[in-house]
Ligand binder design. Sequence first.
Ligand SMILES: Cc1ncc(COP(=O)(O)O)c(C=O)c1O
Length: 287
Amino acid sequence: MSTVYLNGQFMPIEQAKVSVLDRGFLFGDGVYEVIPAYGNHLLRLNEHLRRLQNSLDAVRINNPLSQQQWTEILQTLLAKNEGQDQSVYLQVSRGAAPVRDHAFAADLVATVFVMANPMKAVSREKLEPGVSAITLDDIRWKACNIKATALLANVLLRQQAAIEGAAEAILIRDGRATEGAASNVFIVQDGVIVTPPTSPMLLPGITRDLILELAHQNDMPCAERDISEADLRAASEIWLTSSTKEILPVISLDEQPVGNGRYGPIWGSMIDIYQAYKAKLRAGEIQ
Ligand SMILES: Cc1ncc(COP(=O)(O)O)c(C=O)c1O
């Protein structure tokens, strides 16, 4: 039985209960983060907590905990749960109001929920076969930079991909690829690693930023620029990135092969760099 954190207390998951009037339940009125931990070392904790603060600010919820309190809760939860590698899910909802009303009072007490889940080890070998993806119209709102728990559009888009036997949907808005339903998108174009610039149309992924940083450090040409639908279809490589998926090569898009239909050489270099980064984190050599 896993141990979770709810509003100040650690408890078995079965005992964790929230009000049916919680606005997280009624409206999806909350924000969240997913942070992987390798051997109990949280990946890019400061960056995750910074993004959490940005999401909270954007939806006008006061951060109920300090950076130190967050860190202590996450570390304690990792220690209380089993698994070499775990991913921590944390959620802050606006809390319960006495009546259901779209508008909210400023003094509601936020609900804080955190759980840790075992994470399957991701390796180069496991990722090499790649996945297929489809393109879908990006039907989401224009504040996709907020990591909001209201994910109905993402849920339906991802489900459509699953129905069509694909691992992910790559979303197209105004003729440009924004991101995946639950991932960021990269392409390789003329040897350059390209990902769209951050904007309200996509989540500023922690993995995305880390890959850009690693590319710079390793003198791999990369750029943040718009990816047209035509660029996407002509790309020699397409990758999907997220904290738990890491860097997934897409080998077919809308049933057409990407490049030669196998993972590409630039993905091969980047995944080795990424795995080396993880190994250093696990060994406590980097923060
Ligand atoms: C819509 C969306 N974009 C991008 C990402 C990748 O973000 P990160 O690298 O921080 O996991 C996610 C992660 O779940 C996501 O849901």
